[in-house]
Design a protein around this ligand. Structure first.
Ligand code: HEC
Length: 256
């Protein structure tokens, strides 16, 4: 039997027993892949919110505040559909769309307007809405108000519960690191939790005021950096620093 050093001198990332390292490393690897997937998912959903590739402030604003400049019909008639109808017709449609496209005026007036100007494509071209149907028009005549309160409460509680678990175990592992000044350790461990709260809070604030979108970006970058630092440091100490055979002593005791 090996002699046991006093005061749990093996209690640090480089000197941990191999089975415990396997547990920690297995967890960190899975979480690492998970975080990359999360990043990809953000790029593919929120990243495309403004119609352009890559995550920007506009994406955050469109996702949570919405595009309140007008209805889809309005922005299209001022954009890619501009050439398809004369200005008076476009203004008429826009005015009607801004009122939420009341059905009362569909049969008497707008059915014909759409029939004359739009349905030659919008009923024949696959993949674009069929404007012979009132419901298809109406769906595009609502102002985009971003994320609903229901979806925000759902995503918020999942994030807060789920991600704090990820950070808890990651920070727990990192707390056994050696050679990181005590103050830094405390900050790096506390940061992700603070940034997580900031991130979730910022979605709600951005829904109220698009100016808060900055906080979403700062929160996201903040906890990505802090957790990357903990991840890399922990893996490095367990598998590379450990090779010099040095006994580093009790990491928790050193932080007392
Ligand atoms: C020459 C064919 C053509 C005509 C005419 C046309 N559109 Fe379109 N429309 C398209 C195509 C193609 C798209 C998809 C590409 C895009 O969004 O620019 C589209 C997309 C749209 C969209 C976005 C639908 C969505 O949910 O993404 C709206 C709204 C729209 N058109 C409104 C109109 C209105 C209103 C008219 C009549 C004034 C009209 N369009 C006339 C071809 C046409």
């Amino acid at each position: 039997m090996k002699s046991t050093p006093k005061n749990l001198a093996w209690l640090n990332l480089p000197n941990l027993p191999m089975p415990l390292k396997a547990l920690f490393a297995g967890y960190l690897l899975v979480i690492g892949v998970g975080l990359c997937m999360a990043g990809l998912q953000i790029l593919l959903t929120h990243g495309m919110a403004d119609g352009k590739v890559g995550l920007s402030l506009d994406d955050v604003v469109y996702s949570y505040y919405g595009d309140r400049n007008g209805t889809t019909i309005e922005s299209k008639l001022n954009g890619s559909m501009k050439g398809n109808a004369p200005a008076e017709v476009r203004n008429e449609i826009i005015k009607w769309a801004r009122q939420g496209a009341p059905e009362a005026k569909w049969d008497t007036q707008f059915k014909d307007v759409f029939a004359k100007n739009c349905v030659m494509c919008h009923s024949t071209v696959p993949g674009i809405p069929d404007f012979t149907k009132y419901t298809e028009v109406q769906k595009r005549a609502v102002v985009d108000k971003g994320a609903s309160v229901q979806s925000l409460t759902r995503v918020s509680h999942i994030h807060l519960f789920g991600i704090s678990f990820i950070f808890f175990f990651m920070s727990f592992i990192f707390s056994f690191a050696v050679g990181v000044p005590r103050k830094w350790k405390i900050l790096v461990i506390a940061f992700p939790f603070g940034f997580l709260i900031m991130d979730v809070l910022s979605w709600w604030l951005t829904k109220l005021n698009p100016g808060f979108a900055w906080f979403t970006i700062i929160g996201g970058i903040g906890y990505s950096l802090a957790s990357t630092f903990m991840w890399v440091t922990s893996m490095y100490q367990m598998f590379i620093l450990s090779r010099n055979g040095k006994v580093y002593g009790n990491a928790w005791e050193a932080d007392l």
